[in-house]
Write a protein that binds this ligand. Sequence first.
Ligand code: ASP
Ligand code: MG
Length: 410
Amino acid sequence: MALIVQKYGGTSVGTPERIQAVAERVKRFRSQGDDVVVVVSAMSGVTDALIKLARSVHADPPVRELDVLLATGEQQTIALLAMALEKIGCAARSYTGQQVHILTDNAYGKARIVKIDETRIHEDLKKGHVVVVAGFQGVDDLGNITTLGRGGSDTTGVALAAALKADECQIYTDVDGVYTTDPRIEPQARRLDRITFEEMLELASLGSKVLQIRSVEFAGKYHVPLRVLSSFGEGPGTLITYEDNDMEAPLISGIAFNRDEAKLTIRGVPDKPGIAALILGEIGKANINVDMIVQNVAADDTTDFTFTVHRGEYKKALDVLKRVARELKAREVSGDDKIVKISIVGVGMRSHAGIASQMFKALADEGINIQMISTSEIKVSVVVEEKYLELGVRALHNTFGLEKTGQPAS
Ligand code: ASP
Ligand code: MG
C-alpha cells in the first residue's frame, strides 16, 4: 500500500471520455489499496481560450484578474473528475488550490509555492476518499488567487507529493516516458527506464519539453521520486531519480536539440577590460537573454565575440549590436539565424574522458562543421548549420549506442 500523487495534463483530461478513462485508472490504484491524490490541468485548449477571452476584453489584462480567470480552467476539471470517480463507485472530493491552502508568493502569473497545509488531504485519505486537487493555482497570504505559470500543474503535483511525503509522483502525459532523443527525428530513439534529476534538468533546459523545468528542480530538491508515463496506455514510463551507484550508468543518456537559436558576431573590438560587459550589458538592457558566448583570442589588440540568442529576438539583438559596433568602432557585425544547438547529456561524462572528442569526430565523419562549442560537467553542446540537425542527432545517437538494441554500431 502506497501513497501516490498522479498528475494528468490537459490532453489526458481533454474530453469527457478521457476524464472517465482517468477515473478508471485511479480506481485501479485504489482497488490495490493505494491512497491516491490526483492533480489535474485544465482540459486541453481551455487555458489558451481563457487567455484569448481576457484579451478580447482588455488588450493587456491586469495580472491579478487574469489569474482569477485562468484558475477556473482547472476548477472545471477537478469537479468533472470527482463526478466521474463517484459514478464508478470511487468516493472522491475535489479541491481548488485555495481550499487546500497551497500558499504561494504574490507574483501573479508565475507564483512560487511557499507552503502546503496537508492536514485536510490526510483526513480525506483516511476516510478512503480520492482527493482531486486543481493544478497550476494557489493563494497568497492575503487570499488572492495566483497561478504558477504555463505548465504549472507539474509543479503542483510535485509540491503535493513532497508535502504529503508520497511514495511516488506520477506525471501522466501523451508520451510514454523520456526518450534518448525525439523519436520524430531519430526513429531508433528509446524510452529510458530511468534518468537522474540532473540529466533531466539539463535535457529540459536544452530543449526537451516533457516536464516543466521548475517541477524537476522541486523534485530534485525535495527528493520526490518522479515518474513520467502515458495516460493512453500501460507501461513503466521513466523514473527520474538520484544517481544509483549499483547501476552501470550509460555514458550519455540523451540528446537534446534546440531550433530556436540564432548567433551574432562582432569583430574587431578593443581587447581591454570592460568590453564584454559593455556589449552583453547592452543586449541585457534590451531584455534579450544570451545563451552561449565565445570570445576569440586577441590579435593586434582587437578581438571578436560570438553569442547566441533566441531566434525570435535575432533582429532586435542585431540592431543593438550594430549600434554598439558604431560606438566601439568595431570592424564588422554579422549574424546567422539558420543554426541549431545539439547537446549530449550524461552523468557518465564526469568519470570518462574523451566524450567531447568522440562527439566532434562523429560530426566530422558526416562532414558537419561545428561553429561553436560549450561544455558543462554533464553536457557538451555544439552549434551547427540548421540543415544538419537530423543528420547530426542521428550520428550522435548511433555513436553513443543509444538505439533500441543498446549496442554501439562500431
Ligand atoms: N493549464 C495550465 C496550462 O495550460 C497549467 C498546466 O496545464 O499545467 O499551462
Ligand atoms: Mg501541461
